[in-house]
Design a protein around this ligand. Sequence first.
Ligand code: CU
Ligand code: ZN
Length: 189
Amino acid sequence: MRALNYLASVIVVASVLLTSASTAQIKHEEKSKPSITKAIAVLHPTKGSDVHGVVTFEVVEMRVRVVADLTGLAPGKHGFHIHELGDCSSSDGTAAGGHFNPTGMPHSMPSSDKRHIGDLGNIEADKDGKAHLDYVDHMLTLEDVNSIIGRSVIVHEKEDDLKTQPTGAAGARLACGVIGVAKPAAPEK
Ligand code: CU
Ligand code: ZN
């Protein structure tokens, strides 16, 4: 009986040790791959344009909040997209490629489930040429294969009609900015 009790306690101690070891390992793996919670694109004008701005992408409750502030636009709506390539090297913005569309969907509006991931719709400028946008997108992600990190943000001359394939007929590219990893926002107090 004593021997059995001893054996039982050895098993309990061993299993506790094993459990804590595997928990420690999981914690270590989580720590070694910190997740990205915020990204930023600083937009610079293309040739002949004076459009500047900053766009941030912040993870909020598993979705991505988009906040954009632009200046130098003509009043009205302007197509606003994430393009496939993080390349703003050409003077007309075309090096950024087409709309970011890793899932092979048609061009559409931000609220659609079947859209280019990069379809952010339009941003509207006031009479002073300033535009502000703040909304939570249901499709963007900063993680894994469809991550927008390393892609680019483009703002266009014309309004995106949300239906013409594959561009929304938004015209020339007025500003371009590469999306990079940003310093995480300070936790709210
Ligand atoms: Cu575009
Ligand atoms: Zn599109």
